[in-house]
Ligand binder design. Structure first.
Ligand code: XIL
Length: 387
């Protein structure tokens, strides 16, 4: 059992190789341990979470690890788990052909976790949205199966024994695609049918038996027909997986939330959904929590309060369910958020010129009301067994 997370950690050759490769990339064998220069250190979310049997974590990137030591210190102070925001995604790693992947940034993130005794989430093995272009030219079942198996064996095999949880398939549900089972008719499903899910989870289990295997999904949190449809379809998928013996351990709820102007939120439907997942013998992870302030007023005090209220209401609801074992925010500081970066992939940014403030710490690494909201929710939640 590991000191912080309580998960098995392999100590074989892989671990040493990745550690060495990753640290060479970082350019130092030392962990970052300088205290924050500015204010008195706030409470550490990882400690408050651990006291309740929960893991708290954040995204990080190889670029941040080597380029923003001040931010890294904050991560080390606050997080008990890290996940690569993009560095382990297939399209981000791949150089244009099957098997030609660049493991440098991914190794840096894995080595950072190992060196600092942090749990590591693997994100992700398959995601239709970040699949290399050449995969779309594979038209036969045999070719696609081969590529999927290679991808999973290479990546999950490289970090075997080091990963707390793998998002094996990211976002497999899309009720709008019109199938009775609610599955997304993506590039995998079109050629392989729903069997691609069973294949991916079985290969992942064989490759790294100690990693928890997760299905990670978005837009399942709110009181909107689309969210309800996605919840129903996801539950159906989980039931099918359980019945057919597909190895799955946990559900990831992304939780990209909106402070103002989104669909309404109320706790009971979400709690029922979480209880239904738990009744299937699965644990639950909140995997990508952030709160966009895109339609909140410009006044920063008001905005921060609305964002914090959203964190608090959501966390109070989900942490009520003892099967929830993990909370990961999609970033820790507004300095590094996909919303603030205004990436083309998403559109949750403000119409005015103001920078968004979606995370617990601001761009100067000062704790915000959202941080206090998380602290409050953690303080309030019952203790549970770690999972
Ligand atoms: C996002 C990253 O934050 C961006 O930097 C990238 O451009 C696109 O992906 N759901 C997921 C995450 O599962 O991988 C996404 O991350 C956010 C939505």
């Amino acid at each position: 059992m590991n000191r912080r997370g309580g998960y098995p950690l392999g100590v074989g050759l892989d671990r040493r190789r990745v550690l060495a490769a990753g640290l060479a990339a970082v350019g130092t064998g030392a962990s970052f341990s300088t205290p924050l220069p500015c204010q008195a250190a706030p409470a550490a979310l990882r400690k408050l979470a651990a006291e309740k049997g929960l893991l708290y974590g954040t995204t990080i990137s190889a670029a941040q690890i080597s380029g923003d030591h001040e931010f890294v210190d904050l991560v080390l102070q606050q997080a008990g788990l890290v996940v690569a925001e993009n560095d382990m995604k297939w399209q981000d790693m791949n150089r244009g052909a099957l098997g030609d992947d660049n493991y440098g940034p991914a190794d840096t993130v894995a080595a950072f976790a190992l060196e600092n005794d942090l749990a590591l989430r693997g994100h992700n093995l398959l995601w239709y949205h970040r699949t290399p272009g050449w995969f779309f030219d594979l038209t036969t079942r045999q070719e696609q199966e081969h590529a999927i198996i290679e991808r999973i064996q290479r990546l999950a095999g490289r970090y075997r024994g080091m990963v707390h949880s793998w998002d094996v398939v990211n976002e497999p549900i899309e009720p709008k695609d019109g199938r009775p089972d609610g599955l997304r008719t993506d590039v995998f499903l079109e050629t392989l049918g729903a069997d691609y899910l069973d294949l991916a989870y079985r290969v992942a289990r064989e490759t790294d038996p100690s990693a928890r295997l997760v299905v990670n999904e978005y837009d399942v949190e709110l009181d909107a027909p689309e969210h309800e449809a996605r919840r129903t379809a996801l539950l159906h998928l989980l039931e099918v997986m359980r019945r057919s013996g597909t190895p799955i351990d946990a559900v990831g709820i992304q939780a990209h939330l909106t402070a103002v102007g989104g669909p309404p939120f109320s706790a009971p439907p979400l709690r029922r959904f979480l209880a239904d997942i738990a009744s299937l013998g699965l644990t639950i992870q909140i995997t990508e929590l952030d709160v966009t302030d895109e339609r909140a007023p410009a006044d920063v005090t008001v905005r921060d309060r609305l964002v914090a209220d959203t964190y608090r209401r959501f966390l109070d609801a989900v942490l009520d369910e003892p099967a929830v074992k993990m909370v990961v925010t999609w970033g820790l500081s507004d300095r590094h958020s996909w919303i603030v970066r205004r990436e083309t992939y998403q559109t949750k940014w403000r119409a005015d010129d103001a920078s968004s403030r979606p995370l617990p710490f601001d761009a100067d690494l000062e704790a915000k009301p959202a941080f206090d909201a998380i602290v409050g929710a953690l303080a309030h939640t019952p203790q549970r067994s770690p999972g």
